[in-house]
Design a protein around this ligand. Structure first.
Ligand code: ADE
Ligand code: ZN
Length: 337
């Protein structure tokens, strides 16, 4: 089963590039750029990854991201993630980046985007991994700052397909960003938003109604509102769920209490994703494997989750059909490795 899960063709729709910064690369970039880190060894860094909640994690995540300075750094970060995708049979990915984390430190958005898209292009050519990039606004900052970021990004409009909303959820409702999302939609971008991770079901309604999202990132707390679940099913609204992240950030006390398979059984369009794999104990395959070990995930459920992800991807119908065919062919021909 574990071989099946790691070799099954997969799409990843919720992964923050800054969250794929492994401690080894963090030290290498810190050395290259002459930056002091508050840790001396890789083991010390990993020991610091003991989070009580989302904010505990974000404080360390933004600190780690401080080592990213040059176009080459953004390239190396993205390339390291794509090499992981290759080993885990992720054949399509739609990562996020948080430009404000870097523009706040004086790193031009063009430097970020050129480094990331250079690696994504090589991923297409050399690894056969298709991709779309998502620009995410930091919700703990103001709507005005999000507007500035969107303006800075417009010269690179061909490099990303959607805008998103991440960072500290509680106290920063989607409504705070309604106008900047309207502007992004008018510019032709799709929209997504983190909602219902630590925040209440009300934030999921706002993401749907005010930000007109095409997918909800996380959304697991929607389960507290039966009417909302009915709506998500009726609209076949994708949820990009991140099981290991939810346990590490204590959204669920343990993986065996996670609601993803209940939602799948009810007909919610749930998908499996790694969120911040360097910080949460694994990439997408580890999420699937741990769901098998601790939630009893079976083959049919795994294939349904993978199919949901391909169906929810921001690609043309033709590309979608080609991706889904690779999953179908894999399932038809799998002989146990
Ligand atoms: N940024 C990176 N990971 C995040 C998460 N899980 N929730 C909100 N913001 C994030
Ligand atoms: Zn996330």
């Amino acid at each position: 089963m574990e071989h099946f899960l790691s070799s099954m063709p997969k799409a990843e729709l919720h992964m923050h590039l800054e969250g794929s910064l492994e401690p080894e690369l963090m030290f290498a970039l810190a050395n290259r750029n002459g930056i002091e880190l508050p840790w001396d060894t890789v083991d010390q860094v990993r020991a610091a990854y003991d989070f009580g909640n989302l904010q505990d994690f974000l404080d360390i995540y933004y600190q780690g991201a401080g080592v990213l300075q040059t176009e080459q750094d953004f390239y190396d970060l993205t390339w390291a993630y794509l090499k992981q995708c290759e080993t885990q049979n992720v054949i399509h990915t739609e990562p996020f980046f948080d430009p404000q984390t870097h523009t706040a430190r004086g790193i031009d958005i063009g430097v970020q985007i050129r480094g990331i898209t250079g690696a994504l292009q090589h991923g297409r050519e050399q690894l056969g991994i298709s991709s779309r990039l998502i620009l995410s606004f930091l919700r703990h900052l103001s709507e005005e700052e999000a507007f500035t970021t969107l303006e800075q990004a417009l010269p690179y409009r061909d490099s990303f397909v959607a805008v998103g909303l991440d960072s500290s959820e509680a106290g920063h409702p989607p409504a705070k960003f309604q106008r900047v999302f309207e502007k992004a939609l008018a510019e032709g971008f799709l929209t997504v938003a983190h909602a219902g991770e630590e925040g209440p079901p009300e934030y999921v309604y706002q993401a749907l109604d005010l930000l007109r999202v095409s997918r909800i990132d996380h959304g697991v707390r929607a389960a507290e509102d039966p009417a909302l679940i009915e709506r998500l099913i009726a609209e076949q609204m994708p949820l990009t769920v991140c099981p290991l992240s939810n346990v590490r950030l204590r959204v669920f006390p343990s993986l065996d209490q996670h609601n993803i398979l209940e939602m799948l059984a009810r007909g919610v369009k749930v998908t499996v994703n790694s969120d911040d794999p360097a910080y949460f104990g694994g990439y997408i395959a580890e999420n699937f494997v741990e769901m098998h070990r601790q939630l009893g995930l079976n083959r049919d459920q795994a294939v349904a989750l993978s199919r949901n992800a391909f169906e929810s991807a921001f690609v043309s119908d033709g590309e979608k059909a080609a991706l889904i065919k690779r999953l179908d062919d894999f399932v038809a021909n799998y002989d146990g490795g």
